[in-house]
Write a protein that binds this ligand. Structure first.
Ligand code: FAD
Length: 476
């Protein structure tokens, strides 16, 4: 066990008579790792840059007005309030020193250094624009609550704009929605915008017919939801088209600006689509902390910037450091919640075994991580989804029911499960959406903050710590 070191940073008051585990990130990996250690004779400090745990699979429902952000983002502190050995620390991790075994985090100019005996890094992944970062200005991704609220503002705002503009071409542009990426998030977003326009908003406007909205789903590959296999992929495409979604495959986005999107097909032909609202649901890149860890341990990064971990999820030469979830690269496992949860539990189990061993040091013979595939699912619209598990393939209502039960199960807290169920009843059985509020801050906040720059100090009394995924951490 390490001794407390002198330094110029304030220090977490660790009880140094037992192992201290630092966990980075309050997503699926970080939260489940912390919870898995709840009965162990050790201390855990979870350092996260947001005050909440985010249930990312339902972000699209916040963006399209079905759920409020509170339903999918419980306070991490509240979730862990009964776990006596866990401390929650708000802050952006800016450096990890694997030699000194310290994690440095900052919160509004306050720097904190946390010593650890074990470290679990679950910092997730950010959006990748495949080298075209300027697309982000016009086509927000969907990784955070801020992103989902911005998209909600842009989606509902486009219908409002269409109602007031006089020019026919501009009205059509406002009523054209382009979703880039035909994976689960893109399909869910396209399906929900189609449903919103054809059903929810049907009677709410006087000068425009929201049902005239064009929803275009674009992808460079030749199938929607390719990971679900040919049959489900075909069923999903058919259902989207029945709902009026224009699915354009084998089409690469080559440009995005304020006014529209430019596509290029495999034969080199280019098409420009005038549209006001664009949504980026394609591509992920590992959190920049991955590069810091790779540099210090000699681990490699894969093409998406994820850290190639050893079979037990630790890093070369550092059996005390684990990387789990979307930031870890192992056996081509997908970036999904189940992988993050199971990896987090595996890392916690190995730490428990080490701590309980006679020497209290990492065992040489650690079991490798083995993923148990619990299946995948994606919704297309109300009452319609696709799901696969092993050889079982479901589509339509049965898959949607399975989706509903599984997602309800993973929402944290009984009260939140109950309110979610009520909101789903409102939206799926009825026509309404309970969360249609949009504000100027939602729409303009991100770009305004980017213009103000990294050094913009929030006013006194306002805690920071909500930096965006793409912020590069500095090396300590
Ligand atoms: C829109 C969307 C839909 C999805 N749908 C599904 C789905 O239907 N089914 C499914 O299985 N999976 C889905 N996923 C994927 C799933 O959400 C991820 O695989 C899972 O969240 C990964 O967990 P994680 O802990 O690795 O990362 P995350 O959950 O992303 O958590 C990362 C955490 O690290 C924190 N963090 C990052 N950098 C720092 C830093 N420098 N300092 C401090 N904290 C930091 C973040 O704030 C966050 O709390 C979806 C993802 C998205 C974005």
């Amino acid at each position: 066990m390490t001794e407390p070191r002198a330094g110029r940073y304030p220090r977490i008051p660790a009880t140094r008579d037992r192992p201290h585990v630092a966990v980075i990130g309050s997503g699926f990996g970080g939260l489940f790792a912390t919870k898995a250690l709840r009965r162990d004779d050790l201390d855990v400090t979870l350092i996260g840059r947001t005050t909440h745990h985010l249930f990312q699979p339902l972000l699209y429902q916040v963006a399209t007005g079905i759920l409020s952000q509170g339903e999918i983002a419980p306070s991490t502190r509240e979730v862990l309030s009964r776990q006596g050995n866990a401390t929650v620390l708000l802050g952006e991790v800016t450096a990890v020193d694997m030699h000194a075994r310290t994690v440095t985090s900052t919160l509004r100019g306050h720097t904190e250094r946390t010593e650890y005996d074990y470290l679990i890094v679950a910092a997730g992944a950010g959006q990748s624009y495949f080298g075209n970062d300027h697309f982000a200005t016009f086509a927000p991704g969907m990784k955070s609550i801020d992103d989902a609220l911005e998209l909600r503002g842009r989606i509902f705002g486009a219908f409002e704009m269409a109602e007031v503009v006089a020019d026919e071409a501009e009205r059509e542009r406002q009523l054209t929605f382009v979703v880039v990426g035909a994976g689960p998030t893109g399909v869910e977003m396209a399906g929900q915008i189609a449903e919103l326009s054809r059903r929810t908003l049907r009677r709410d406007f006087r000068r425009v017919n929201p049902g005239d909205a064009r929803v275009i789903l674009v992808d460079a590959v030749d199938r929607v939801l390719p990971q679900f296999g040919h049959r489900l992929s075909g069923a999903a495409r058919e259902h989207l088209e029945t709902m009026g979604v224009d699915v354009r495959l084998n089409s690469r986005v080559v440009d995005i600006d304020e006014h529209g999107v430019e596509l290029e097909t495999a034969d080199g032909a280019r098409t420009r689509i005038p549209c006001a609202c664009k949504i980026w649901a394609a591509g992920v890149s590992g959190n920049p902390l991955g590069a810091t860890l790779a540099r210090q341990s000699g681990a490699e990064l894969d093409r998406a910037g994820r850290v190639k971990v050893l079979p037990d999820l630790s890093l070369p030469g550092h059996p005390e450091v684990f990387v789990v979830g979307d930031l870890a690269s192992l056996n081509n496992l997908p970036g999904v919640a189940q992988v993050a949860i199971q990896e987090a539990k595996h890392a916690a189990r190995l730490i428990r075994d080490d701590a309980a061993s006679a020497t209290g040091t990492p065992s040489e013979q650690r079991p490798p991580f083995v993923y148990r595939d619990r299946g995948s699912m994606a919704t297309i619209s109300r009452f319609s989804a696709v799901a696969s598990r092993g050889r079982i393939r479901l589509s339509g209502f049965s898959a949607w029911l399975a989706w509903l039960v599984v997602h309800l199960f993973y929402i944290i807290g009984f009260k939140r499960q109950l309110t979610t169920l009520v909101r789903w009843a409102v939206s799926f059985l009825g026509r309404g959406r309970a969360e249609r509020t949009i504000t100027r801050q939602q729409i303009a906040g991100r770009l305004a903050l980017e213009q103000l720059g990294q050094d913009f100090p929030p006013p006194p009394g306002v805690p920071g710590g909500g930096a965006r995924e793409a912020d590069p951490p500095t090396e300590g």
